[in-house]
Design a protein around this ligand. Structure first.
Ligand code: ADP
Ligand code: MG
Length: 392
């Protein structure tokens, strides 16, 4: 069982970043197998040779039903799935002990950012002010009066990597914002003048127990995660514990097992607001593959398979993760950075095997581990200098 699990995690970690695919697991006695539903055969992973994977979209009810019929445990690595069908198969499969993790109701709440914020606020968790709006200039003007400028306008659904956000700096931009955000339901968030963005991965067992990973600092560029530093450094000794408690308390309010990413804003005065939650392995947790005793992927599998969780502790003094984000339709710039990484001690390159490179698309990441913060900075510098547009 354990060696199967190790193989499965290694293969999943390698493939999981080609986002947009669902996973399922089957546990039969000693064996655990993995399939992914996918839109192209080239992107499939299948462990276990006698049962084929299912090719198809995670938003296709028929494909979800087909997959559910073959497996004992069903999980996801993206929240934009058809959660209604997941709930249907969960109810239909209860007699056959089909488990769906995290629960479809959790995915439903999280996939609508406005509902997610309402859920967190109703449980007394710290979030900044937010208001549902119509896609109209009048509605945006009203909310700008109420919450002030700048104002963060967000799509409630189908948003990722900043692609559902518009920063409204003046009311005159309202029409532009509506056009940019397209035909999606919207809401507005009060602007948060944070001093840092931080994040915590939390793993939740089938019995609802939670365990958190160390707090990390995340650095975003153009609304996309650019760098992650672990652990968070702060002169305030109690900050990390407080941030871990906020994240753990948030995940306690949801149902179902698995790993969750909790993105937070840290204010100058030490206050913390939750930005958003991901019900799956998360970009801010990729560093755990090399830097923690148990990676986010392994603990996700352990949680949904009702195995004991592994330690979430760091096993190195310092770690950083650099996202490899496409600059154009060519992989040339990415390759330049990965070539530099190959000569840096403690650097591990992860490429996701995506068939096309595009500006703003996450193509891979590099993790660096080090014995000290100073060594980490020294190892990171040549990588940052290799990025297009960097000033040497
Ligand atoms: P995504 O789903 O694309 O990650 P987020 O809601 O996390 O979208 O927003 C992306 C980034 O935009 C955040 O990491 C943060 O840098 C910035 N951001 C989001 N909400 C706010 C806000 N209310 N005030 C200021 N900055 C924000
Ligand atoms: Mg985010």
């Amino acid at each position: 069982m354990i060696s199967d699990l190790t193989l499965l995690i290694r293969r999943w970690s390698a493939w999981s970043h080609a986002r947009g695919f669902g996973f399922s697991f089957e546990c039969q006695g000693r064996y655990t197998r993995l399939w992914r539903t996918c839109t192209s055969e080239a992107n499939c992973v299948s462990l276990g040779s006698h049962l084929a994977h299912v090719d198809g979209s995670f938003a296709d009810p028929e494909k979800i039903r087909e997959l559910a019929n073959k497996v004992d445990v069903l999980t996801v690595e993206i929240e934009h799935v058809d959660a209604t069908t997941l709930e249907e198969v969960r109810l239909a499969g209860q007699g056959n002990k089909l488990a769906v993790h995290p629960s479809p109701s959790t995915i439903q709440i999280i996939q609508d950012k406005f509902r997610q914020k309402q859920h967190l606020a109703s449980h007394g968790l710290p979030v900044s002010d937010f208001v549902a709006i119509e896609s109209s200039v009048d509605s945006i003007s009203d909310v700008a009066q109420k919450l002030g400028l700048p104002l963060m306008l967000k799509s409630r659904t189908m948003a990722y990597d900043g692609r559902g956000n518009f920063v409204l700096r003046e009311v005159g931009q309202s029409q532009e914002a509506i056009q940019f955000l397209g035909n999606r339901p919207l809401y507005a968030e009060k602007w948060v003048p944070f001093s840092k963005e931080i994040a915590v991965m939390v793993v939740r067992t089938v019995d609802g127990e939670v365990q958190s990973y160390p707090v990390v600092e995340t650095v975003h560029k153009d609304n996309i995660c650019h760098l992650v530093f672990a652990p968070l450094r702060s002169r305030n000794a109690s900050l990390s514990q407080r941030a871990r408690s906020v994240a753990e308390n948030a995940i306690k309010t949801f149902s179902g097992a698995g790993v969750f990413g909790v993105e937070m804003f840290l204010m100058e005065d030490g206050n913390i607001f939750i930005n958003e939650i991901a019900p799956r392995p998360h970009n801010s947790g990729h560093y755990t593959i090399e830097a923690c005793e148990t990676s986010q992927y392994e603990n996700h599998l352990r949680a949904i398979l009702s195995l004991p969780l592994g330690s979430t502790a760091l096993k190195v003094p310092a770690a950083a993760m650099l996202n490899l984000i496409g600059y154009s339709s060519s992989m040339a710039e990415i390759t330049e950075t990965t070539n530099v990484a190959l000569s840096i001690p403690g650097a591990s390159v992860h490429l996701y095997g995506k068939s096309e490179c595009r500006k703003g698309r996450k193509m891979g990441h590099i993790t660096i581990v080090a014995d000290s913060d100073a060594q980490l900075r020294r190892r990171l510098r040549p990588l940052l200098e290799s990025l297009p547009g960097s000033t040497p």
